[in-house]
Structures are given as C-alpha cells and as structure tokens.
Design a protein around this ligand. Structure first.
Ligand SMILES: [Fe+2]
Length: 405
C-alpha cells in the first residue's frame, strides 16, 4: 500500500504493519460519558477545563471593539477583541446583578454596557462606569472601587484562526501545548499558524451542521478512515481507504492521513498553496482530532477547522471554517475552486451525520458496554479514549462518581 514517509514528532502507523491486538481488550468510554447530564458537566469542569478547548474563530471577533457571546457547555462566555487587537474571553455576566452582559454579537465600541443598569466595562473587562450607583446623578460612592469588580476573565489565546480557552487557567501556554502538532505541520507545510492563515468570510467559507449526538462521537468518527468506503463512497474514489495511514500526535491528537489527495479534482485550479509545503508531498492531506473538541484538515491549498460546540450531552453544533494561505485565495479568480471545495466537504460531513447520530442512539441500549476497538483501524479512536479516561480518572474530585469502563 502507499504510505507517507514518517514525519517528525509523530507516530505514523501503517494500518497494515502495526496492529496492536492489546487494544481489543482495552476499556472504552461507557454510556454515561455520552448520555449523563451530570457527567457532561463534570467532564467540562474536570477534563476540558484542564486543557485548551476551541471556543470560536478569530473572525468571530474581526475588529477591535467587537464582541461575540458564546455558550460553552452551559457556561455563558463572551469573546471580545480589545483596542490593542488582542482576543479576550470573559464570563458573560455583569458583576452587579448577574445579568447576561451581551446577548448578540456586534460592535461594542469602547465600552460593553449591561442592558439592565448600564454598568460599563472596557474591552479589557475593567469596570469603568456605574451610573447612578449612589442615587440619580451620583455615579461613584465611597467604599466601592471599580478596580475590584472587573469581568471575570477566562484564559484565552489565538492560533490557527481559533480562539482557544483554558477554563482552569493552569494549562501550559498554547504554543507549548500544541508544539507536537505545530512542529509536525511545520515540517510538512512550512506553516507558521500564528500569521499565515486567511479565513474565508465568503458564502463558501463556513458551514454549520447540527448533530443529535455527544460531541465525542464526532471526534471518534473523525479519528478513523475505516468507515470511508461505506459512508463516503465518492470520497473513497479519490482518497481511498488503502491510501490512508493512522496518525497519533502524542499526547494531544489522533486521526488519519492520505497520500493521494487530488488538488485538481474536477478540473479546478488549486488555490494558492502554502509556500513552505513540501513539493514531494503535494498529495498529502491530514485529518486530526485535536482533543477535546477540534477537528482539523490540512491540504496543500486549504486548511479547515471544525469546532464541536457541545450544547447538551447529546446535542452538538459543528462549525466549519475554511482558511487559506493568502488573501488572494478569496478573490473571484478562485471562486470556482472554493465553491467546489465547499460542496465536496459539505457532502462528506453530511454523510457522517447519520452514523454519528446512530452511535448516540446505540448508547441508549443496556446491551452495549462501550464497544470494541479493532487492532488496526481503531487505533486513533483508542488513543482518544485513553487520553480521556486518564484525565477523567485522574481528576478524582471529591464527590464525583468514578467513570468506569
Ligand atoms: Fe466520515
């Protein structure tokens, strides 16, 4: 079978060479990780809070003064871009009476004002105005210092066009966290993700898919190519299963790659390619689940990110955003290629919906106990489960029910 050369910092596993029979006996996540509301919140507070998760896209807050409310696993949060251009994330709650501060995305200008009593915060979250706090026309009072009542911040950083959050505030820096992945793709594509991506804001630049399933099932489905011939027959004609290889990027991601991706499929000219892409690997494309809630796809002429937004234990909203190597890709000259990419990926991801939702339905059955991992094709999924279980068990919070497989 065809196989990409091994790239640095990663375990590339050829499905035909590195079967691991031990995974057949491994624990998988039990039902409650997909169906239990209480477990869903514990997962947020004990697993997701300890790492970096995707909250939104950088273009959700395109300019200084822009704000965008996002509910993340029940938490009302607010993304904002401050006057220095830096992304900020706050708990979207006024410090006065706990009113949701911002209900709709848009320009806040220099001040975010609560609709209830018009308390105002600047874009760094500092409380600046408290109108009538001491009675009509009296805007300041003794013993009340605005400096003590800033919005509650959430640690955030931007990379790859994504606004990441770390709810605990205790994770290593984002670039440290992502180092194994960044170095892998720097070797493949020469990409510097902090400055080389242009998000497509056109009609072909983004899509959303509603899923009646836990977000982890979308992660798991994205980890493997095993289902490709049966669920994606068209994709399998130009990127067949036997040209895929498993990928595990320790400790934070797993998925698959292919070495036959056709950039000129359908007679379209490729978009401008990433300038540092290895010309010997133009047909390489890689698809990684970046734990816990981000799916990434990289090809020589386009990059996409899917944020999995968990809205309930069994409801997820997928947000896909295309990104390119330069603004030139967004011009009219490339519209045909962008439309064709949009349609091709839209159809692939729509094909996945019924199987992901079918796995959620299956988790309503007491006859199922977490399932099996096959020793070749499910290695990336197995890796995700081990990542998750290790963190869930390690959290050991008092009073929490142990997650047993
Ligand atoms: Fe799929």
């Amino acid at each position: 079978m065809a196989r990409s050369d091994t790239l640095a910092s990663t375990t590339d596993i050829s499905p035909h060479e590195s079967a691991d029979p031990s995974v057949l006996r491994s624990a998988a996540l039990p039902h409650q990780a997909y169906t239990d509301d209480n477990e869903w919140r514990r997962e947020r507070d004990e697993v997701i809070a300890e790492t970096w998760a995707g909250l939104g896209f950088s273009i959700d807050i395109p300019t200084a003064g822009y704000v965008c409310p996002v509910t993340f696993m029940g938490l009302p949060l607010l993304m904002a871009r401050d006057q220095a251009g830096r992304a900020r994330v706050f708990h979207n709650v006024c410090r006065h009476r706990g009113m949701q501060l911002v209900a709709e995305p848009g320009e806040a200008g220099l001040m975010i004002r609560c609709a209830y009593h018009k308390w105002g915060y600047d874009l760094t979250g500092q409380l600046k105005t408290t109108p009538n706090i001491g009675g009509m026309g009296v805007h300041q009072v003794d013993h009340f210092d605005c400096a003590h009542h800033a919005l509650t911040s959430v640690l955030c950083e931007e990379l790859m066009g994504i606004v990441f959050i770390n709810l605990s505030g205790e994770a290593p820096t984002l670039s440290e966290h992502l180092a194994p992945l960044l170095s892998r793709w720097r070797d493949l594509a020469g990409i510097h993700f902090d400055r080389e991506l242009t998000a497509d804001s056109s009609a072909f630049g983004a899509m959303e898919i509603a899923l009646r399933s836990n977000y982890k099932l979308a992660v798991e489905n994205y980890c493997e190519a095993y289902h490709l011939p049966f669920v994606h027959p068209d994709l399998n004609t130009y990127s067949p299963l036997d040209s895929h290889y498993n990928l595990i990027v320790e400790p934070l991601a797993s998925g698959q790659g292919t070495c036959v991706y056709d950039l000129t499929r359908g007679g379209n000219q490729p978009l401008p390619q990433f300038s540092g892409w290895d010309t010997d690997r133009l047909k390489t494309a890689e698809y990684l689940s970046l734990y816990p809630n981000i799916l990434l796809g990289i090809q020589a002429d386009h990059f996409f990110v899917i944020l999995l937004m968990p809205e309930a234990v069994d409801v997820t909203r997928e947000r896909l955003q295309f990104m390119y190597s330069s603004p030139e890709a967004s011009t009219e000259a490339y519209e045909e290629r962008r439309q064709s990419l949009y349609e091709a990926w839209n159809s692939v991801f729509a094909e996945d919906v019924s199987v992901v939702e079918g796995m959620q339905i299956g988790r309503g059955s007491p006859a199922f106990d977490g399932g099996l991992f096959t020793p070749l094709m499910d290695l990336p999924t197995h890796h995700f489960h081990q990542w998750f279980l290790a963190r869930r068990r390690a959290s050991g919070t008092q009073g929490a029910t142990p997650l047993t497989a």
